[in-house]
Write a protein that binds this ligand. Structure first.
Ligand SMILES: [Ca+2]
Ligand SMILES: [Ca+2]
Ligand SMILES: [Ca+2]
Length: 160
C-alpha cells in the first residue's frame, strides 16, 4: 500500500514536471518566430504598451494596446483580419502603434498561422486576444499581472 502511494506521488510529480517543461517548450519554439520574439522584447515596444509611462505594463495596458492593434490591422472593420490585411502593403507595413521591426515581424504569414488557431485563414479578435493573453502570462513570470522591464527583456519566449 505504501509503495503504491509513493508510486502515485512520483508519477504526479513527474507529470507536473513534464507539463511545465512542455509549456516552456511551447512558449520557446512554437509560440512565435525568433524575429517576432526579438522585436517584442525590445524596450521600444515596452514603451509603446506602457500607456501611463510608469515602467510597468499592466494587463489592462496590454489588452488595450492589442485591442487597438487589432482594429488597426482590421482595415475593413469586419471583425477579422484576413491574409491581405495581415500582411498589408509590402512597402508600408509599419503600424503607427508599433516599431517598424515589430510591425514587419508580426505581419508575416508564419505569425498569422500561429495566431489563427482554427486555421480558417482569418484572425478573429478572439484568436488575437487569446494569443496575446498567453503571451502576457508567459512574460509575466512573477505572476503579479504586470510586466516589469526585467521581465520584458527576459529571454524566454523564443527570444534567442
Ligand atoms: Ca504602466
Ligand atoms: Ca477584416
Ligand atoms: Ca481563424
Amino acid at each position: 500500500m505504501k509503495i503504491q502511494f509513493n508510486t502515485t506521488l512520483i508519477s504526479c510529480l513527474l507529470l507536473s514536471a513534464s507539463v511545465i517543461t512542455s509549456s516552456a517548450h511551447a512558449a520557446d519554439e512554437m509560440f512565435s518566430t525568433g524575429g517576432y520574439a526579438r522585436e517584442m522584447h525590445k524596450m521600444a515596444m515596452m514603451k509603446a504598451l506602457d500607456a501611463d509611462g510608469n515602467h510597468m505594463v499592466t494587463k489592462d495596458e496590454f489588452d488595450n494596446y492589442y485591442g487597438e492593434l487589432f482594429d488597426a490591422l482590421d482595415t475593413d472593420k469586419d471583425g477579422s483580419i484576413d491574409a491581405k490585411e495581415w500582411v498589408g502593403d509590402k512597402n508600408d507595413q509599419k503600424l503607427s502603434l508599433a516599431t517598424g521591426g515589430y510591425s514587419r515581424e508580426l505581419r508575416t504569414m508564419k505569425m498569422m498561422s500561429k495566431i489563427d488557431t482554427n486555421g480558417d485563414h482569418k484572425v478573429t479578435k478572439d484568436e488575437f486576444i487569446a494569443y496575446q493573453d498567453t503571451l502576457f502570462k508567459a512574460m509575466d513570470t512573477s505572476g503579479d499581472n504586470q510586466i516589469d522591464p526585467q521581465e520584458w527583456l527576459a529571454k524566454q519566449t523564443g527570444n534567442k
